[in-house]
Design a protein around this ligand. Structure first.
Ligand SMILES: Cc1cc2nc3c(=O)[nH]c(=O)nc-3n(C[C@H](O)[C@H](O)[C@H](O)COP(=O)(O)OP(=O)(O)OC[C@H]3O[C@@H](n4cnc5c(N)ncnc54)[C@H](O)[C@@H]3O)c2cc1C
Length: 432
């Protein structure tokens, strides 16, 4: 074991800061602080980007977005960074559809009673889960469709368990105008590369394959130990690893703190943590009309989209989130591909054997099994608001937490959330 970096030997003009996690939050904080401090960023896996992962080496030809791929119109900071980096983003082609009684129908703009539900969510008791709120405010069969769709939405898009997610917590996101949705043809990881380059330009050091296992600390004095025994020292530490990693004590990427951070670690258990499985299928010929770009259904893999509606080699992505994804996350690739094909065949009304015959390649991405993430993204339970207040508080001006899971606002569980959290933590470090 050796001490990699001893800050006492460095100029006292600049303090040293360690950042754990090379996802968007860590890179954003690194970029904002580099130049003001001596920064070293430690990433446990062999690549930067975390849940942003544009894979160019897979069975499906072209770029496969294993993680983030949509850029929401309201994601102001993300769009600003993309513009600054000169990274092209394009509007989604095709229209939104849903299956109704086994048929594909264009999605109506509104679900009956949805606005009334949002009005009531606005002032809802923070302690009510979505299930409790819907039963209390919308009892009876009259609202059965509204309740079904609200639950589907929470599970599918927020990866949330309706029995745990806070109704009030969903309000801010659900009441935002949906706006345009974009994607990045060259892959979302282009933004990661840009951010890393900006960090290095300002002399930040970025080290991959540096899996942090233990943090020993006292005020303004942190020693971080990695799995291979390498040790790093600094004045301050920013931890940006996913909520799932901090929640799963004993997992490979879990970090132990000495002395223990009891309040923060109790708070992390109160952040909702969702699961998602993505399936990317490439077919030899189109399987849907050109107009169909995005589909919501009640199939096991309920949500589907494509960026290549009118191409000869169409690629469709299937998405399953929430409690069902957790239940099925133990299935192997072949079993999942079978479920994916059945869902896809039902939605597009194609016999499953015929669809199988058109399948050229298929990838399954199961983030629950990714040792550095252990899930999808966060959501707010009835206890999360208070928990996030604790997590966002620095520990003795020495240890700071950041990342998508600590974000409060209208873009939860997104790249935007990670960027905002990264900027906020940098702001907190700078005012100290
Ligand atoms: C399948 C999927 C689809 C998504 N789709 C979208 C989308 O379309 N649009 C959107 O905006 N957002 C989307 N998101 C969410 C978005 O990807 C995340 O919110 C964002 O990337 C999180 O960034 P982060 O920096 O907070 O965390 P991460 O990206 O998870 O970064 C944390 C980093 O910490 C590292 N790490 C973990 N443990 C250790 C350790 N012990 N030592 C050192 N390093 C460690 C990890 O390897 C990782 O690189 C999606 C997420 C998933 C999973």
């Amino acid at each position: 074991m050796f001490i990699y970096w001893n800050y006492s030997e460095l100029s006292m003009e600049k303090q040293t800061i360690l950042i754990i996690g090379g996802g968007i939050a860590g890179l954003t904080a690194c970029r904002a602080l580099a130049g003001h401090y001596n920064i070293t960023l430690l990433e446990g896996s062999g690549r930067l980007g975390g849940r942003v992962f544009s894979d160019h080496h897979n069975t499906v030809s072209g770029v496969v977005e294993r993680g983030a791929e949509f850029v929401h119109g309201g994601a102001k900071n993300t769009l600003d960074f993309l513009k600054e980096a000169g990274i092209e983003y394009r509007k989604m082609p095709g229209k939104m559809y849903r299956t109704e009684n086994g048929r594909l129908e264009k999605l109506q703009d509104f679900v009956e009673h949805w606005d009334k539900m949002l009005d009531k969510m606005k002032g809802a008791d923070e302690r009510l889960t979505l299930d409790e709120f819907l039963e209390q405010e919308f009892p009876g069969e009259e609202y059965a469709e509204l309740k079904k769709q609200a639950r589907q939405y929470a599970e599918g898009f927020d990866l949330a368990d309706p029995a745990k997610v806070s109704a009030a917590g969903l309000y801010e996101e659900w009441s935002e105008e949906e706006g345009e949705m974009y994607h990045i043809p060259q892959g979302y990881s282009a933004l990661v590369d840009f951010m890393a380059e900006k960090c290095r330009e300002q002399s930040a050091e970025i080290i991959v394959n540096a899996l942090v296992k233990q943090v020993n600390w006292q005020k303004d004095d942190v020693t971080v130990q990695c799995a291979d025994g390498t040790t790093y020292k600094a004045h301050k530490l920013i931890v940006t690893v996913p909520v799932g990693v901090l929640q799963h004590i004993g997992s490979d990427a879990h970090i132990d703190f000495n002395p223990a951070l009891e309040n923060h670690m109790a708070a992390i258990q109160k952040v909702g943590w969702g699961t998602v499985i993505k399936a990317i299928l490439q077919f030899s010929e189109p399987i849907a009309d050109e107009d169909v770009g995005f589909v919501i259904s009640e199939e096991i893999f309920p949500t589907w989209w494509t960026w290549s509606v009118n191409k000869d080699n169409p690629v469709w992505t299937g998405w399953m989130g929430g409690p069902r994804a957790k239940e099925l996350s133990g299935l192997d690739r072949d079993a999942l591909i079978e479920k994916v094909l059945v869902s896809c065949a039902n939605i597009f009304d194609i016999p499953v054997d015929r669809l199988r015959g058109k399948l050229k390649a298929g990838e399954i991405v199961n983030w629950q099994n990714d040792a550095y993430v252990l899930g999808g993204y966060s959501y707010a339970t009835t206890e999360t608001k208070h928990a996030r207040e604790i997590l966002n508080m620095p520990v003795e001006d020495t240890i700071y937490f950041a990342g998508e899971g600590l974000y409060e606002g209208s873009e939860p569980g997104t790249v935007e959330a990670a960027i905002v959290s990264g900027l906020q933590v940098a702001g907190k470090v700078m005012v100290r």
